[in-house]
Design a protein around this ligand. Sequence first.
Ligand SMILES: [Zn+2]
Length: 118
Amino acid sequence: MNLTDIIDQLGSLKRSSEAFADADPEDELWAADIDALNGSTEILTVLRDAKIGTADDLKDVLEDYRQQADQLRELQRKFTKAAKPTRKGDIWVCPECGHRITPNHGFCHWCGKKLGGW
Ligand SMILES: [Zn+2]
């Protein structure tokens, strides 16, 4: 069953719930069911419009999002947050990659790490 079929079926359930609600307006259960059906239909419509057709598709999209968010955090850590170079004897080394670096440079020539606090 694809999302369009599921959305259509939820619409059918909503119409049934509305009929029961009309027949028994005192029973708040039907109004709660209608609210839940409206909410779930709205969510599923957004997913369908985004071309996410199955639960596996959604899991893939969320995993891709998490990986990209992790990559972005790593890029920000490396290239926008300065780290103090380390002095080893007469030379300075990059705190990220350990290569020798030129004093007072803003970034490591080898790995691109942002440097500061000289
Ligand atoms: Zn480096």
